[in-house]
Design a protein around this ligand. Structure first.
Ligand code: ARG
Ligand code: ZN
Length: 466
């Protein structure tokens, strides 16, 4: 589909600092959106997120009946007003809202597309910490992303595959649905006995009564809404604690068990290897959810516990695990910088192969570089995909990884690995931008990397031979 989105990029650049800037010079984030604004100011997804408040915690209570595909839910968000708010938006798509309260007082609300517009009885003062509770129910289903993939609550034959990148969180809970706003989460998930409901973080406990089981999960470290899951199925579960004290919980669909076992078994070793390169694993919990969801077509790095649509190969496990550092712990400030997630996770695959007896990263680079100038790989530069339609396309993954390889060749291995580690460490639990990454790489290497980064990240077409 995609032609080189030069025109779109030019339009965005013209739209000002909240839009595409030159990545190596632009100051970072989108400017803060106005109080009550329906979006966080990200031109790739203009209605994602909202203005005027910051969520610190989501408490989600969900009861799902897989046979009827029916959801009954309550979401309680703890947030802080960043401006005076007479009304504010949450992102929620589909479902029926039956009540909203702010600080335990009934609030009025209306639906407007993906916006749930809430008007509290009295205006919120700037700095005020408040709780908003939303009760809702219905039949959740996915949204279709600009690239055509299903995203959000995706029913399966025995439950639901729940993934949210980039937009799907709003299909199952009201959210400030942009990675700029990270929060902790509690999940209370009730499903028919015999089903398992798997979310992020640590399993606090489960209890069965009257033919239903309730699972309580806690994600303590900050998480972007798109990385939340509440995947439901008839899973085989295994739990253990690693030598390093990480709580591992794996859930595998029996139909995928045979193929998944040899790969999932590698998870602790992969996380150890990645910790050696990128610094300490950023979360207290880990694991894998291997579902049987033939209509999905991708895996997602759901925080602490990546979600696979089928038994993954080892490279995919390495990729989703690397995202725990790059994408999950260090989050995007704007979707344009998606190569900071996908280029890094792809380069982690190359490094893994290189250090485990396979092709070197240079060989991977050379094989890609040999592709003709007409190849999809060169359709747009990874630092400027142009729109949400392109964020999971080949240039973001492969040319993004090639960018890191060129950086490595320019600064040498010693500086390169220090840069990767410093990036994960300095921005742990927070955010980063391409401009900040380049500045860090220049600081650590003592080299001017402007030309290299501009060439590989921002310049249309196949770069001249390195
Ligand atoms: N971040 C995921 C991965 O690299 C890809 C998610 C694709 N999602 C989508 N809606 N197309 O592993
Ligand atoms: Zn990825």
């Amino acid at each position: 589909t995609a032609t080189v989105p030069v025109a779109v990029a030019a339009l965005l650049a013209a739209a000002g600092p909240a839009a595409a800037g030159p990545v190596t010079h632009g100051t970072a984030p989108a400017r803060p959106a106005a109080a009550g604004a329906p979006g966080a100011g990200d031109p790739y997804f203009p209605l994602a997120g909202n203005g005027g408040y910051d969520v610190s915690h989501y408490d989600l209570t969900l009861r799902y009946d897989p046979a009827a595909r029916h959801l009954d839910a309550t979401a309680v968000l703890t947030a802080r007003a960043t401006a005076r708010l007479t009304r504010f938006d949450l992102d929620l798509k589909g479902l029926k809202v039956t009540g909203v309260s702010v600080d335990h007082v009934k609030a009025s609300y209306r639906r407007d597309g993906q916006e749930l517009v809430v008007t509290p009885r009295t205006a919120l003062r700037p700095g005020h910490r408040f709780q908003v509770a939303v009760t809702y129910s219905g039949t959740p289903g996915p949204v279709t992303d600009p690239d055509g993939s299903p995203d959000g609550w995706i029913p399966t034959d025995d439950g639901a595959f729940v993934a949210g990148e980039p937009q799907g969180a709003m299909t199952w809970f009201p959210a400030n649905n942009h990675p700029l706003d990270k929060a902790s989460y509690d999940f209370t998930l009730t499903v028919p006995q015999g089903h398992t409901a798997v979310a992020n973080g640590v399993l606090l406990g489960s209890r069965t009564a009257h033919g239903r089981t309730t699972y309580r999960w806690r994600q303590s470290e900050p998480m972007a809404a798109y990385l939340a899951t509440a995947t439901i199925g008839k899973f085989r579960v295994e739990q253990f604690t690693t030598r390093g004290g990480i709580r591992v919980y794996n859930a595998v669909d029996p139909r995928e068990a045979k193929a998944a076992a040899p790969v999932v078994r590698q998870l602790p070793a992969v996380l150890d290897w990645e910790s050696g390169l990128f610094g300490p694993y950023p979360f207290r919990a880990a694991g894998a959810i291997v579902d049987h969801a033939p209509d999905v077509g991708y895996a997602l790095e759901t925080q602490t516990r990546p979600l696979y649509d089928a038994a993954p190969d080892l490279s995919t496990l390495v990729h989703e695990s690397a995202h725990q550092w790059f994408g999950d712990s260090v989050s995007l400030t704007r979707w344009q910088d998606i190569w900071l997630n996908e280029g890094f996770a792809t380069y982690a695959e190359w490094l893994y192969t290189e250090q485990h007896g396979g092709d070197s990263a240079q060989q991977e680079f050379d094989a890609l570089y040999a592709r003709p100038a007409t190849d999809r790989l060169w359709a747009f530069p990874p630092g400027d995909p142009g729109s949400g339609e392109n964020i999971f396309d080949t240039p973001v993954y492969a040319r993004g990884a090639m960018t890191l390889h060129e950086l490595r060749r320019a600064v040498g291995d010693r500086a390169f690995f220090r840069i990767l580690r410093a990036w994960a460490t300095d921005h742990r639990g927070g955010h980063g931008t391409t401009a900040q990454f380049t500045a860090l790489a220049e600081r650590i290497s003592g080299k001017d990397l402007g030309t290299l980064m501009r060439t590989w990240l921002e310049t249309a077409g196949k770069p001249a031979a390195p």
